[in-house]
Design a protein around this ligand. Structure first.
Ligand code: NZQ
Ligand code: ZN
Length: 390
């Protein structure tokens, strides 16, 4: 029997030209801090569009939030929030800018050491500044969820956090804004969204029929539209479907009331922290190996996935269940490779000598009972990393 509560308070304003409506979403008289990344929003003209839409508000800027945003950078942003009495944060960018800004919104209202927010993974958050987001990269779903990930550079720790107070008030989602993305980021977005769905769907059956069918619909859409984003890079309709898919993949809906895995993400975060790989690159490497390692635990759902997502149903001509599972895992790997995201550590110049450190970091971060049944021990994680090598 399903048993859950579900809440998502984010107002979505979706479509080409939606930035023009930004002024209506930010309360009149706010002191707004626009937060952004390394500068793409300057060169693409998005920053000017945002500022034009906010004319009449008092606007400040904080740029330089890096991919895989750091605690250290966000502490500099906190100085600006305090110095300028900021009362509204507007994140304009991809997952990194949105995540960093969620932390900032909470840190601005936190009494004491902002590091507490990471230490408690967000549980200590009692209050946060209001936050709005303008999405320029469809991938993480951060725009419609209440989580984030921050890297503490001093300790190389990449820590996930969440709080009900970190939902953005609104998300402006203009798919045309993603047309300027480098191919690598388009590919990353498709892979990240795909793995978000898999981490909530490929576990064990609990008769969550809506969750399953929605998850399968998102996966099928990503499989259909992802390659088109590479072959038809100017097609804004393709980007629109990808943007909505990425948001739906991690806004809480498909995960409500069903078991969740997230082991692939945790192993991936260590790869990013140690070797600087893009988030989605780590997932493309780890997921096929993780599915292979856990094929017995995930057997029922893998067979469902094979049939409904990849069309590999029982054939009646002798093809057994094991080979259907193998074929589904292979199709998954092939899809990532088709999206131009390599799926083996060797493709990124990482060899077996890296694995001891990765496993010890998992242990140091308490990631010793991962997966939907907490069965992924450090020994199993080691085997998964080893299987990622070639
Ligand atoms: O920094 P700028 O100059 O803006 O360039 C960015 C950045 O270099 C560029 N970019 C973004 N929009 C662009 C653009 N370039 C041209 N045109 C545009 N329209 O893209 C690069 C990557 O941006 P980033 O925000 O780092 O990518 P992504 O959205 O993939 O975010 C990755 C981060 O999100 C975390 C990841 O761990 C990683 O730190 N995640 C957040 C999650 C969440 N909050 O729910 C869940 C995910 O699993 C993930 O862990
Ligand atoms: Zn992810």
């Amino acid at each position: 029997m399903l048993n859950f509560s579900y809440r998502n308070p984010v107002k979505v304003v979706f479509g080409t030209g939606s930035i023009a409506g930004l002024g209506k979403e930010v309360p009149a008289g706010s002191r707004v801090l626009i937060t952004y990344g390394g500068g793409s929003i300057r060169t693409t003209g998005t920053l000017d569009e945002v500022k034009a839409a906010l004319s009449g508000q008092t606007v400040f800027e904080f740029g330089g939030i890096e991919p895989n945003p750091s605690f250290e950078t966000m502490m500099r942003a906190l100085d600006v929030v305090r110095a300028e009495n900021i009362d509204f944060i507007l994140a304009v960018g991809g997952g990194s800018v949105m995540d960093g800004s969620k932390f900032l919104a909470a840190a601005a209202c936190h009494d004491g050491d902002a590091m507490d927010i990471l230490r408690t993974r967000g549980r200590c958050v009692k209050q946060a500044l209001p936050l709005g987001v303008v999405v320029t990269l469809a991938a993480t779903g951060s725009e419609t969820n209440n989580g984030g990930v921050l890297t503490h550079l001093a300790t190389h720790a990449k820590t996930a956090f969440s709080s009900p107070l970190m939902f953005p008030r609104f998300a402006i989602m203009d798919p045309a804004k993603t047309l300027t993305l480098p191919v690598r980021q388009v590919s990353n977005g498709v892979v990240d969204a795909f793995v978000h769905v898999v981490e909530q769907y490929l576990t064990y059956p609990v008769n969550g029929k809506i969750q399953d069918r929605f998850a399968e619909g998102i996966l099928l859409t990503l499989i259909e539209e992802g390659p088109k984003a590479l072959s038809q890079p100017d097609d804004v309709d393709v980007r629109a479907n990808l943007m909505w898919a990425a948001s739906q993949a991690l806004n809480g809906l498909i995960g409500a009331g069903v078991p969740q895995d997230w082991a692939t993400h945790m192993l991936g975060h260590e790869l990013t922290a140690a070797h600087g790989l893009d988030h989605a690159q780590t997932l493309a490497i780890v997921l096929p190996a993780m599915l292979e390692e856990r094929r017995e635990a995930k057997r029922d759902k893998l067979l469902q996935y094979a049939e409904r997502v990849w069309g590999i149903g029982p054939t009646g001509d002798g093809a057994d269940d094991d080979s259907r599972i193998s074929a589904a895992i292979m199709k998954t790997r092939d899809f990532f490779e088709r999206m131009q995201v390599p799926t083996r550590l060797s493709a990124y110049g990482i060899g077996a000598e890296a694995i001891d450190h990765l496993v010890s970091q998992l242990e140091a971060h308490g990631m010793v009972k991962l997966g939907e049944r907490q069965a992924v021990t450090p020994d199993i994680s080691r085997r998964v990393y080893e299987a990622c090598l070639q």
